[in-house]
Design a protein around this ligand. Structure first.
Ligand code: BGC
Ligand code: ZN
Length: 368
């Protein structure tokens, strides 16, 4: 079967690889689930892996099959699988457990191991291929009512974890009634974070660079959020009008903004960091002031990486809720379909240069 792969460490090595179709017996004890891939989204991570900024091939392979934003349909199940039936629509989680205590209790996203395993990213093949086999532990059901946006479950699980962790942490306050939220970044993750916070009834201000109106600012406003362009109004200034913020979700990919976010975070507030920044950027910051306000204001800052099945399940629930509260909103994110794995060049070109792309995804099979 076909797969889109790269040679990790070699820039722009994206190519079509050939792999044997996986069998149910790859998972022991009759627990295999064979899934036919229908759609697979791509994002900055795939772009950076192709640019050889990170990513590692599984042991015994010169290449890594990329793609982690998967969506497929169960084709066959092992004898002792009770969780799924052929025909079910499903999404697989990305992380796979290592050996720390967190890995052993199903919270492999919280691993303390130095080596981590992520399908399509690090040491495990991904989903830009025709079939995969996995254990039910790592597969989440997608109800038919949201299958048209099922490819958004993985990206949505990223801010789900960030927000759920923030609420978990804030239990320290006995009473926490967050009212004002800021989302930094209006890309796919920023938009999905805006959705999650609006579904929870928060007053959300989402910051992007591009001046409004454009699709992303329209999407923020369609949720009842406010879009602010930082080229027109810097974060500090906007915070005076719209803040102080009880929760800030940072998803710009630009690390210096983190320190500005620390400054505009309200008392008892929580700042969630979700940008994967591979560079070596350095900045000068008002360290005493930031520190003092954190101490006197009991503020928290937390990093978050995706995500065990709990957060995928939360993403499924919120997508279903979004379809009733904001019908058709999620589908507007699916801006750039690519037809078939053969068009991997077009996929990477659009990912690298298309203006206005929110979600680029490959239509692998219509399932017919
Ligand atoms: C993926 C996550 C992953 C993270 C870090 C993101 O693009 O969506 O699943 O944990 O990259 O590798
Ligand atoms: Zn991703």
């Amino acid at each position: 079967m076909k797969a889109i792969a790269v040679y990790p460490g070699k820039p722009d090595s994206i190519h079509l690889a050939d792999l044997p179709k996986p069998g149910l017996d790859e998972v022991p004890d009759g627990r295999g689930v064979l899934v036919r891939m229908l759609r697979c989204g791509v994002d900055g991570t795939d772009k950076e892996i192709n640019a050889a900024e990170y990513g590692k091939a599984p042991e015994g392979f010169p290449f890594l099959v990329i793609g982690h934003e998967n969506f497929g349909r169960v084709e066959a199940i092992g004898l002792s699988v009770t969780e799924f039936r052929p025909g079910d629509h499903v999404v697989a989680t990305v992380r796979r457990p290592g050996s720390s205590i967190y890995d052993r209790i199903g919270t492999y996203d919280m691993t303390t191991d130095d080596v981590y395993f992520e399908r399509g990213i690090n040491l495990r093949h991904g989903f830009l291929t025709e079939y995969y086999v996995d254990d039910p532990e790592y597969i989440v059901m997608v109800p038919d009512g949201i299958k048209h946006v099922g490819v958004l479950v993985e990206p949505l699980s990223v801010p789900e974890k960030g927000v759920l962790q923030a609420y978990e942490i804030q239990r320290r306050l006995r009473v926490w009634r967050p009212r004002r939220a800021a989302v930094l970044g209006a890309g796919t993750i920023g938009l999905l974070a805006t959705l999650i916070l609006r579904l929870r009834g928060l007053d959300v201000t989402t910051f992007g660079r591009t001046p409004r109106p454009y699709l992303n600012s329209d999407l923020v406003e369609a949720l009842g959020g406010r879009y602010v362009s930082t080229t027109e109004m810097p974060l500090r200034e906007a915070a005076t009008a719209r803040g102080p913020f009880d929760i800030i979700y940072e998803a710009t990919g630009f690390s210096p903004l983190v320190f500005e976010a620390m400054e505009v975070l309200g008392k008892n507030g929580v700042l969630v960091l979700a940008s994967v920044t591979g560079g070596n950027r350095r900045v000068e910051v008002p360290a005493d002031k930031i520190n003092l306000d954190f101490v006197l204001g009991n503020k928290v800052m937390v990093g978050t990486v995706n995500g065990n099945r709990e957060y995928f399940e939360a993403a499924v629930r919120d997508l279903a809720m979004a379809e009733t509260q904001f019908p058709g909103w999620a589908a507007r994110l699916l801006t750039h379909p690519i037809r078939g794995l053969d068009n991997f060049r077009q996929m990477i070109e659009i990912l690298t240069s298309a203006r206005g792309a929110i979600k680029v995804f490959v239509e692998i099979s219509d399932g017919g």
